[in-house]
Design a protein. Structure first.
Length: 172
């Protein structure tokens, strides 16, 4: 059992997005070709191809809720690396989280300072485990294949800057 955490924009940032959305909707080209293309007339900054387009709604909702990681009982906090899109080091990760708001999976806003206290307390607590400890100490079962598979996959996590990061961006 655990709780997932997400970073969402600050209120002023979402209001600026809302204003941009409303301006774009007012100026929508209502031509047949644009309608048939789902109004995708905005260059997608996230694409490596300059012909990729998105519509104003996708622009508004893009990167709205970014999975930060999961807090599970008995484990050190597990961060989501998000393909290193938002940060390249721990300082940038902290700046990224601190520049927005933090919510849990139930939509409840969380105090960011308390979040970092939780993360750091779990980091320092010797009773909190990581993936290697889980498998090597027999918590993952005595199945030799299971343990060897976990070893080959770095115990399904990567320790970076002293913190746990999932090897997948798709976990909860």
């Amino acid at each position: 059992m655990g709780t997932n955490f997400y970073r969402i924009p600050k209120e002023e940032d979402i209001k600026a997005r809302q204003e941009r959305l409303l301006e774009r909707v007012q100026k929508l080209d209502l031509s047949v070709s644009n309608i048939s293309n789902s109004f995708a007339d905005i260059t997608d900054d996230k694409s490596k191809y300059d012909w990729d387009r998105i519509n104003c709604w996708l622009e508004f909702t893009g990167d709205l809720e970014i999975h930060i990681g999961k807090n599970s009982m008995g484990w050190k906090f597990l961060f989501n690396h998000n393909d290193w899109k938002y940060y390249k080091n721990m300082e940038e990760l902290k700046e990224f989280i601190n520049s927005g708001r933090l919510v849990n999976e139930y939509g409840e806003e969380q105090n960011i300072e308390e979040f970092w206290e939780l993360v750091e307390n779990k980091q320092k607590n010797s009773e909190m485990i990581n993936g290697k400890q889980y498998y090597e100490e027999g918590h993952g079962g005595e199945d030799a294949w299971n343990k060897e598979n976990a070893r080959k996959n770095n115990y399904h996590e990567k320790i970076k800057w002293g913190y746990r990061f999932s090897q997948s961006t798709d976990f909860s």
